[in-house]
Design a protein around this ligand. Sequence first.
Ligand code: PXP
Length: 236
Amino acid sequence: MLLGVNIDHVATLRNARGGVEPDVLAAAKICEKCGASSITTHLREDRRHIKDEDVKLISENIKINLNLEMAVTDEMQKIALKIKPHSVCLVPEKRQEVTTEGGLDVAGQSDKITNFVKPLVDAGIEVSLFIDPTEEQVKASAKTGAQFIEMHTGSYSNAYGTENEEIEFLKLKNSAKLAQELGLRVNAGHGLNYENVHRMHEIDDLYELNIGHSIISKAVFTGLEQAVNEMNNLVK
Ligand code: PXP
């Protein structure tokens, strides 16, 4: 199983001051050095964290794969076809949401998604659909021409350690199996952290996990001691 790192929240921090620190490309390079298989960036319609220039810079300067998360819009399709990332992950997007709240409703808009996927696949880009782990969404995804699904692990992550954990986990395990039988490759992500990630090993042949918030959050604390010590040495 591979690890893709979502570095959106490095950009969130940078944008809080409007400057250049912390440097998003430097973050991508550290992930690359540490063995991440890909860098994920979600270019949102409102550009609240990752900006167009970040995507371009990262795509030109990393050797590992760039996975561009994006909404199903003409604007994003144009950008993807220009930048040609290794893969795109199609996600639903609402302006007001804090993060991607649910999966893409592929079953409810299968013609639209199928038409959207084709030019991307024709351009050599791998396409993944970020869906809730349900039979309906998996079956619909298999008919679109996309090569991958990414299962939304948010409900599992929220249920972890509660009486609902098993129910949510089994939805992931069963959906992965069905998807693979239908010829799809399977990724997973959202809300995974250092406590709940271990159960992903119980799902056969998961290809890649995409994890962001918990890694960037942990990095604040694993790096804070050194950061304070360095500054203290300058101040003393
Ligand atoms: N996968 C997708 C499709 C996402 O939208 C996100 C969040 O941007 C993630 C994975 C990563 O989620 P988290 O930041 O909770 O690890």
